[in-house]
Design a protein around this ligand. Sequence first.
Ligand code: NAD
Length: 279
Amino acid sequence: MEAGLVGAGTMGSGIALAFAIHEEYRVTLCDIDEHLAEDGKRRISAKLDRLARKGKVTADTAAAVVARISTGALESLAPCELVVEAASEDMRVKRELFAALQKVCGVDCIFATNTSSLSITEMGQDLGRGLIGMHFFNPADVMALVEVVAGADTAPETVARVKDIALSIGKTPVEVKESGGFVVNRLLIPMINEAVGIYAEGLASVDDIDTAMRLGANHPMGPLALGDLIGLDVCLAIMEVLHAEFGDDKYRPHPLLRKMVRGKSLGRKTGKGFFPYTT
Ligand SMILES: NC(=O)c1ccc[n+]([C@@H]2O[C@H](COP(=O)([O-])OP(=O)(O)OC[C@H]3O[C@@H](n4cnc5c(N)ncnc54)[C@H](O)[C@@H]3O)[C@@H](O)[C@H]2O)c1
């Protein structure tokens, strides 16, 4: 099966790898220009080299996976049966991309978006075909879950087909209707926000909050370390979407979260968040 990926950044390259690991898929990776798509492919190749050095895949397998990935302009997605859009989280960018894809791809091609927070219904307006959310988690080649998100115009057959596709690449799909944060982020990000509040109120230290949730709730990682990993700016953006969407103050971003984002304490990506990092 031919799959297209639009956006060769963190998620697009991870999703491309998640498909290309499987022999039955051929993947074409696109970005704003072909150099960026090639950069994405180089990152995939480097990751496979690292896995080969650790003995987790053979060198032959790594080479075969890379050979199943090509790069190209949007027009090269014409033969695809599925296109997953993983471009920047911007409604205008995504709507323009799907309008362009509409001219390139066949009527039966499934259009999916990896958006974390934007409305799939709004994104698909004027397309004449229902979009679907295929929400992977970072790193997409490793994380087992795909939230399959139905917008108002998504056909049940498309939902069933996309769940099958997710299963075919070894993922576990969960079906969810479009709504702010879907399932995972609606539960996870308010928990991180609450942990920020517990720290800000001086009730427990950063280490003790994280230890409490690791040992008391059996979470593999504490909420503050997880916030640092996701990016505190991303956590804030998702809290703002939840707050705006539901109008409920239980989703109010904690002022300390805002303050840290303003101060560029974004977590791992800036080298400081709730914990220090060497970048
Ligand atoms: N990072 C995460 O943990 C995560 C998890 C799940 C979903 N998402 C979603 O995945 C999407 C991508 O996120 P990311 O973290 O990979 O971002 P990123 O910034 O790493 O990558 C985005 C890529 O899109 C490209 N792009 C921008 N405009 C484009 C256009 N018009 N045509 C083609 N390519 C274009 C950029 O050049 C860039 O390479 C977003 O919608 C985000 O919300 C992210």
